[in-house]
Design a binder for this molecule. Structure first.
Ligand SMILES: [Zn+2]
Length: 154
């Protein structure tokens, strides 16, 4: 379980145990394969944690996850922590639920204007924080924060 410290990159910590694959999907880590050849990803699953008992950790060497993507992740996993590492120095980023999410999610309503190919519009969802729901700006369709991984645009 020895993993070398990273000098540049991102560490996503306090992921609920066995959910690292969901984090990968929300962050679209598969895209890294196409975008940047020298990025390494280490996924640790079911490691012991004082706070959670068990947890997953994702370390991404030489890649900084966008803060806005970390914010989207916090809809699904409110307890995650994000650490950016620059030249070996760690800075913590605390993700927060944004007021709206643009372009990153698909609307669940098939007839929504944002799902028609002829009129491409950028999807926009307002976050209803108390209800933990997202609402489409175009058709008012609602879905739960927990369903975000199913609606990530690929
Ligand atoms: Zn819609």
């Amino acid at each position: 379980m020895l993993v070398s410290r990273i000098e540049e990159g991102t560490v996503i910590d306090h992921i609920p145990d066995w959910r690292a694959d969901t984090v990968s999907r929300v962050l679209r880590l598969d895209r890294l394969a196409k975008m940047q050849a020298d990025v390494s990803v280490v996924i640790l699953q079911n490691v012991t944690s004082k706070r959670l008992g068990r947890k997953d950790i994702i370390k991404i060497d030489r890649w900084h996850v966008d803060e806005s993507d970390a914010d989207i992740l916090s809809l699904v996993f409110p307890g995650i922590t994000v650490n950016y590492i620059d030249e070996g120095k760690v800075s913590k980023y605390t993700p927060r639920v944004p007021d709206a999410i643009e372009g990153r999610l698909r609307c669940p309503e098939l007839n929504c204007i944002s799902n028609t190919e002829r009129e491409p519009v950028t999807t926009r969802f307002a976050t209803l924080k108390k209800e933990r729901m997202l609402q489409c700006q175009y058709c008012d369709a609602l879905f739960d924060f927990d369903k975000v991984p199913d609606h990530v645009r690929t």
